[in-house]
Design a binder for this molecule. Sequence first.
Ligand SMILES: *Cc1c(COP(=O)(O)O)cnc(C)c1O
Length: 358
Amino acid sequence: MEKVKIQLSERKEKVILPPNLGFGKYFTNHVFEMDYSPEEGWHNAIIKPLVNMAFHPAAMFIHYGQAAFEGLKAFKRDNGDVVVFRPQDHFERMNNSSARLCMPKIDIPFVIDALKKLVDIERDWIPAVKGESLYIRPFIFGSDSFLGVKPASHYKFVIILSPVGAYYPEGFKPVKILVQDDFARAVKKGMGECKTPGNYAASLLAEEIAIKKGFTQVLWLDGNEQKYIDEVGTMNFFVRFKNEVATPMLNGEILPGVTRRSVVQILKDWNIPVSERLITIEEIVDGYKTGETLSAFGTGTAAIISAVGQLTFKDTNMIFNGNEPDDLEIKLFEEITAIQRGQAEDKHNWIVPVPKGI
Ligand SMILES: *Cc1c(COP(=O)(O)O)cnc(C)c1O
């Protein structure tokens, strides 16, 4: 493919990051975009100033949901170096989502190179504070104007960037999770393993109900029997039993998290027994009563590790570690943060540097 065209914004004022970044509220000045057509494949690759996008009201993704996205992060280290965490894994997952939704794949080396150029241009937008980062949101969608269900023939791929604050500004705080069996997020052979907008729309009502009851998020059980653990909201789920840390195996129904994969690898590196298997909710509840179930946590790019303080299933309230994060959760959080910030060895080549002026 041709080189990425670069069209810089006229805005020359110095970037001043707002004090409370929060999540997903602020966007940098530039975006990366490219178009797909059956004749030309991917083309028109450009980094350009961020402006509102315009669509025909019949643009297919709006009606039929043919779209997928990713979420990954860039960090500014204490010495000013900028790095991205596991971009290859994220774009491979995006291509898997695209394949399931009949969308074209992207050329990963080309897109990683374009991402590095974009992040380099927006260097000043990356907070240098521990816990803060630049959230990267690539997405793809079918853009033809047509009414009728079939795969689109034209697509757009876009990357936007958003500086984000620390997930735990007041310190590592456990969440309160409701196990819910009134709704399903995904079913066997469905789209659960794709990061596609419909999955998130499907999750909203159950989450709204849980939040009204005072919970932070819901834990989804499998869509077919409501018996096995799937995942939590937008995080994968781990349970620490006395002799083993377990996480649901990838069954097509859950999102194959990059953080999940990193945690499994780190536990193996530490010689802590870890298994990817079927876990029933009963096993967790029974284990809680006998003292086998010690704690539970969620994993995802945004929070890295999210300790579960309370897990409620029907009439059973399970409180883990006195509603405080336990030693393993803290250690995993610190390890992944240290790898990202260049303070621990990157044994598995998860870090991709963004050279200045690339
Ligand atoms: C993104 C996501 C995750 C976490 O994936 P990471 O790659 O670790 O960020 C887990 N579950 C769902 C449903 C997600 O959308």
